[in-house]
Design a protein around this ligand. Structure first.
Ligand code: RIB
Ligand code: CA
Length: 313
């Protein structure tokens, strides 16, 4: 059955790959795309979402801009990874897709309340919009089908030794989201670092020989250079599409139940997702946490989606 999702994102290169994967995967239907400040300020993450929608021919999905800053802390961005424009590596024209005037938080609340049990929220940036939505309308916690998010880590962070970027930027929002009581799946860095684009992936995408595929290769080559200089890896990890893959093909990402809390006050550990798999002391799980990735299956899904968007049979 097709899973209707709201994709909340901060494009960013891997967010762009997630939008394309969602659009090109028949098991997933985009009910809305919402944007949040994260990798870049809100105006740029929104422009980049419109650019990707224009490139992929996504004209029937509402795109709504959301929160321009974290709930409490100042915005922390990631130009070192995604470059100044946020989607470097491709020459972007003016987008033909325009945003809707409604705020992302209102779009999320309205769609979820109008379709009880149907909508999966898929946040792949800081959780500011999702936290604001459940604060504005707490009933969405029992009306969403599930929250499947890219964020967090139980094997060390990427911004600090303890904290992953999406949670680090807005840890208070993450605490609200993990404490809301809805079905929640967390796909952290231990899963998403495995989604590395190696030369075989570049070859397979290039072989599609379409405008979308050429844009993806250009973006991933830029992202590869940034990851090499910032992190020292030659095969860049595309974190965000893992969330779409888990919705479309849960078997690709085995998960385990855990109790997850967010550190808000640690001198060295603020933004850490403290993941407890132990089931001790009567502590109940509040999330399922990804623990592995079927990498060939993931890339087959991704290439298949690009092929479908490219019109390549
Ligand atoms: O830590 C990886 C996450 O941070 C991804 O969502 C990437 O786009 C950045 O937002
Ligand atoms: Ca992101």
């Amino acid at each position: 059955m097709t899973r209707r999702i709201i994709l909340d994102c901060d494009p960013g290169h891997d967010d762009a790959m997630a939008i394309l994967l969602a659009h090109g995967t028949p098991e997933v239907s985009l009910a809305a795309i919402t944007t949040v400040a994260g990798n870049h300020p809100l105006a740029l993450t929104t422009l980049n979402a419109l650019r990707v929608c224009t490139l992929a021919g996504i004209h029937d999905v509402p795109v709504a801009a959301g929160c321009a800053a974290p709930l409490v802390r100042p915005l922390f961005t990631a130009e070192d990874i995604h470059g100044k424009g946020g989607l470097e590596g491709h020459e972007w024209g003016e987008p033909s897709v325009r945003p809707v005037p409604e705020h992302a938080v209102d779009v999320i609340v309205d769609i979820v309340m109008s379709a009880p049990g149907e909508i999966t929220l898929v946040p792949i940036g800081p959780l500011t919009n999702i936290a604001m939505a459940v604060r504005k309308e707490p009933r969405i916690a029992e009306r969403v089908r599930e929250v499947v998010l890219m964020g967090g880590s139980f094997t060390g962070g990427n911004v600090t030794p303890a904290a992953e970027f999406n949670v680090y930027v807005d840890p208070e929002a993450a605490a609200i989201v993990f404490g809301a009581g809805w079905p929640l799946t967390m796909l952290g860095l231990e899963v998403t670092r495995k989604a590395a684009a190696d030369e075989e992936v570049f070859r397979r995408v290039s072989a599609l020989d379409s405008p979308v595929a050429r844009a993806v290769v250009g973006m991933l080559r830029f992202y590869q250079r940034q990851q090499m200089s910032a992190v020292g890896v030659s095969a860049p990890p595309v974190h965000d599409p893992c969330a779409i893959a888990q919705v479309a093909r849960p078997e690709l990402i085995p998960c385990r139940e855990a109790h997850v809390e967010i550190e808000l006050d640690g001198r060295l550990t603020t933004g850490m997702t403290v993941v407890d798999f132990r089931r001790r002391g009567g502590v109940q799980p509040n999330a399922t946490v990804g623990v592995d990735l079927d990498l060939p299956g993931f890339w087959d899904l991704f290439i298949g989606a690009l092929r479908s968007i490219s019109g390549v049979v």
